[in-house]
Design a binder for this molecule. Structure first.
Ligand code: IPD
Ligand code: CA
Ligand code: CA
Length: 254
């Protein structure tokens, strides 16, 4: 399955790379902080045409046009056509295409592709995690020697205070932090040992589905900030870490 998914996701990356004059193809969804471009829609439409035939009977659960179906039943593709749309619109070149395939609510395959760096992260449940075909592993660094990533739950401003409180607690225990603006890539950064931890108070299934499988297959740990499993059908908080920092969450005021 991964061998069939990967060329399709790479081809979708060409749509991202071909983008030009992006601001004039951009529209506000709910506010100036919540944008969609014609490229998000083009990538999603491309994936919606190409992916479902790989798993007959599957549903397509995409960010821009979600089918009215439960991604926790049967085969389901869970897709963020462009994760990091704000970066994309602003030419910051830190965005990715995120595709997961779940069966009865269990993540089976995950692919996250950064077309700018030509980095393709992939994982199969029980089969390990890879970057451009080479095995990856979370780092062994403790937080005191580490850098953490975070997201600011931009569409849920009510999480501003807890986000900043948690960031401060982690910053005091670490070397530094990053807010890079594409959650799927933030998760892959933990998976391949570039960062030690990541958190965000509110993410959608298409942001975290593929990246969470890639982290666990890379030997890392993912949960909600309450310590529970990530549901696939709903928004939730996300905490991801390497193994040595797994228990840091218990020491924090969340
Ligand atoms: C967003 C990015 C961002 C995160 C937001 C997400 P989008 O996805 O992953 O880093 O902070 O919570 O919604 O809207 O660019 O696909
Ligand atoms: Ca996203
Ligand atoms: Ca998106």
């Amino acid at each position: 399955m991964l061998e069939k998914m990967i060329p399709i996701v790479r081809e979708a990356g060409d749509i991202v790379l071909s983008a030009h004059d992006i601001w004039s193809h951009t529209h506000e969804k709910t506010s100036a902080a919540d944008l969609v471009t014609e490229y998000d829609l083009a990538v999603e439409n491309f994936l919606k045409e190409k992916l479902p035939p790989l798993a007959p009977g599957s549903i397509f659960f995409g960010e821009e046009e979600t089918e009215n179906a439960d991604p926790g039943r049967g085969w389901a593709f869970i897709v963020d056509p462009i994760d990091g749309t704000t970066n994309f619109v602003r030419g910051l070149r830190q965005s990715a295409i995120s595709v997961a395939l779940a069966h009865d609510g269990v993540l089976e395959y995950g692919v996250v592709y950064d077309p700018y760096k030509d980095e393709l992260f992939s994982a199969r449940r029980g089969g390990g995690a890879f970057l451009n075909g080479r095995p990856i592993h979370v780092s062994r660094r403790p937080l005191s020697e580490g850098v953490f990533g975070m997201g600011t739950a931009i569409y849920r401003r009510e999480y501003l205070e807890p986000t900043m409180r948690l960031a401060e607690q982690l910053f005091r225990r670490s070397c530094d932090f990053r807010r890079l603006g594409a959650a799927a890539l933030d998760l892959c950064d933990v998976a391949c040992g570039r960062t030690e931890l990541f958190f965000e108070y509110s993410l959608c299934p298409w942001d975290y589905a593929a990246g969470s499988l890639i982290i666990t297959e890379a030997g890392g740990f993912v949960s909600t900030l309450e310590g529970g499993p990530l549901p696939l059908a709903d928004r939730c908080s996300v905490w991801a870490s390497n193994q040595v920092n797994q228990d840091v969450l218990k020491e924090l005021e969340v």
